[in-house]
Design a protein around this ligand. Sequence first.
Ligand code: UD1
Length: 433
Amino acid sequence: MDKLLITGGTALNGEIRISGAKNAALPILASTLLADGPVTVCNVPHLHDITTTMELLGNMGVHLVVDEKLNIEVNGPTIRDFVAPYELVKTMRASILVLGPLLARYGRAEVSLPGGCAIGSRPVNLHIEGLQAMGADIRVENGFIKARASRLKGARIRHEVVTVTGTENLMMAAALADGTTVIENAAREPEVVDLADCINALGGKVYGAGTETLTIEGVESLSGGRYCVLPDRIETGTYLVAAAITGGRVKLKDTNPVLLGVVLDKLIECGAKVETGPDWVSLDMQGRRPKAVDIYTAPFPDFPTDMQAQFVALNCIAEGRAEITETVFENRFMHVQELQRMGANIELHGRVATTTGVERLTAAPVMATDLRASASLVLAGLVAEGETVVDRIYHIDRGYEGIEEKLGQLGASIRRIPASHTDSASILSDVLP
Ligand code: UD1
């Protein structure tokens, strides 16, 4: 298994380009299944989760053409199989996103149940109940969601909790349904808006994206077309924290600071000088130690759970004491134990982590447990005294395009140690249940 070796102590300095958003690219690639013609998706990040999605679509018989810029042309109507197998779903829960489009366009889908994951139980009941309300016949059998429908019918659906992929799945299903679907308490994340914009670019009628009520007028068909994925706000936020934690100064290009909202507010609160333009953001910590900030995660537009781990790392070396409260997932503090091994002072009580900043962290071998937890360990490594080895970085490769190249470009001392043949067996034992 690949590892990252980081020697801490360098203040980051420089400019890098931000990639397309993973969490928008995944539903947008799934939405191409709805279209009658080929759809070209551009600004797709080069990530494991994207490769998994391409494998998923390719296994179904979907014809994919990828050019050198990673623009992906997807030709959905060549599909001949309607199954998302366990082998792929277990490595990427977002595979569930093919359920809605397959059902709406082809009237059938079999998608493996994702099961639990490191950060919590993560049920998909709202995806299933929403599709049932639209007239789908759904059975859960042998670990699979087996769904059938003639044409789905518009319905009024209210989610008791805000779900991002749940909203996206139902939006895609409703795009080709007979009649109007209203989703109340819908997710308002920018990636949900991006998906709505993509569906509308193909001839769909989705209204209200970005508000808590989505109205989708079903259309008979969607056409092929071209759509560019929005920039990754979580990648942007992660590199801003990398600059803040090292007392450095960075400029991030090809991003959209408007999507960062409360994350930028928190960075300013911790003492950073933040400047923005239409497609860039810069952060200058002016060599100062950050001040610890309280964080309370909640669905957009509040503070994103996907930035929580990075701010825990920041608070670990910040001046003062702060509380980080995680409200979206029940078990999303896996990084805390690893950070404690690097000398962090963190008390964890249920969903609240209280940090008391220390002057410096010390390097240690640490283990990545999920995508954003892994990012927090890399950030900690950037300021730790000595050489930190982050193991199991396949989690990072799921969501950060070329992290060692980008951090290297900013002056960090970081390199990948490729897996040796001897430990390839341990990858399997880690992924298998
Ligand atoms: C998406 C993001 C992930 C982010 C998360 C929250 C993608 C591919 N992933 O994950 O990066 O951390 O949003 O912003 O976009 N829930 C239910 N029933 C359901 C569905 C969800 O109870 O049917 C609960 C979950 O257990 C969780 C909460 O709703 O407590 C939010 O989860 P959800 O928004 O669905 O997360 P994902 O869409 O899986």
